[in-house]
Ligand binder design. Structure first.
Ligand code: HMG
Ligand code: MG
Length: 299
């Protein structure tokens, strides 16, 4: 059966804005995050403490985080290494995420490391975050289904990285379809393989990009398997600068429309969320790709 409630992990301010060509002013980002919290989202990923040359769009993390730190929601941030963790902890961040890859090509492109070198880089990050009282440490896994350089990704590679992240102490694993190529049968097959390898379903989240329009169908497959945490991006913003052919994430509005239609609670006020994405689209100078935002648009 389907869950009664789903927790949405909103990634628009991080995954969405990391991919914008234009630089979004820090105050606009802060307002975006504030409005997302006002719309009822309880987990709003805020930014990344990565190398500013690698992701210039998020180079203002030190300025942004204090502007939103008072919000009564969880504000996870991405940290690739101890340098990133130091920066996040100095500002009082209590939720951090490391981000691994199931493929060698993307580990190299995104982290300048092999898969195992990246895992070794994360180990002290996770250990220190926990020792310093982090409420939650998330481990992302990119390229769980297909990779732009390597093609279809064997489940065994995903299982290997999942196990390593769990063993080092990650509380939650987010399975990424970075380039949005997965289809629902593949999602069920991967979740079954992870279950067989002893990965607890309660620890899993799904993170679908919507390149081929499969993200909602893939989400439904994951819900049917028992997953209750779903990543999405307001207005469908998003992508990854180090993965060619990655477009935006599953739009939060499209997700909320489906979940509420299924009678699944989210705590999200869809009208407020649509208004936020319309406002953001105005700031970015182009319409939201979300079908639900367009359908409910006030213009
Ligand atoms: P590197 O070049 O190998 O870095 O990059 P390094 O470890 O050799 O260090 C070089 C210099 O960078 C040093 O300075 C460090 O201090 C500095 P120097 O001593 O030469 O003056 N440095 C830093 N400065 C600030 N903050 C830091 C930091 N780290 C090192 N955190 C590195 C390795 C990991 C840093 C780099 O590859 C990087 O920043 N990568 C981030 C890429 C990224 O953010 N990608 C997007 C997020 S992932 C994603 O979108 C996928 C996801 O959505 C899921 C999905 O869809 O699949 C999560
Ligand atoms: Mg992503």
């Amino acid at each position: 059966g389907l869950p009664a409630r789903v927790r949405i992990h909103e990634v628009g301010a991080r995954d969405g804005l990391q991919n914008e060509k234009a630089t979004v002013p820090t105050e606009v980002k802060a307002e975006f995050i504030r409005r997302l919290a006002d719309a009822g989202l309880t987990t709003v990923e805020a930014t990344s403490f990565v190398h500013p040359k690698w992701v210039p769009q998020l180079a203002d993390a030190e300025q942004l985080f204090p502007l939103v730190a008072d919000l009564p929601v969880a504000l996870p941030v991405l940290v690739p290494n101890e340098r990133g963790l130091d920066r996040a902890l100095a500002l009082g961040a209590t939720r951090v995420a490391v981000f691994a890859s199931a493929t060698e090509s993307f580990a190299k492109a995104n982290l300048n490391r092999t898969v195992d070198e990246a895992l070794a880089m994360f180990e002290p990050v996770v250990a220190r975050a926990k020792a310093e009282g982090a409420e939650q440490v998330r481990g992302y896994l990119s390229m769980c289904f297909g990779d732009p350089w390597e093609g279809p990704v064997p489940a065994s590679q995903v299982v290997h990285v999942c196990r390593a992240l769990l063993d080092m102490g990650c509380d939650e694993l987010s399975l990424g379809d970075t380039i949005g190529v997965a289809t629902p049968g593949q999602v069920s097959a991967l979740l079954t393989a992870l279950g067989a390898a002893g990965v607890p379903t309660e620890a899993l989240a799904v993170h679908f990009h919507d390149t081929y329009g499969q993200a909602l169908a893939n989400t439904l497959a994951a819900l049917q398997y028992g997953v209750t945490t779903v990543d999405a991006s307001a207005g469908g913003l998003g992508g990854c600068p180090y993965a060619k052919s990655a477009t935006g994430n599953l739009a939060t509005e499209d997700l909320v429309w489906m979940l509420h239609g299924l009678g699944i609670e989210t705590g999200v006020d869809l009208g407020r969320l649509v208004a936020t994405s319309e406002w953001m689209a105005g700031r970015l100078g182009r319409p939201s790709p979300s079908r639900t935002v367009r359908a409910l648009s006030h213009k």
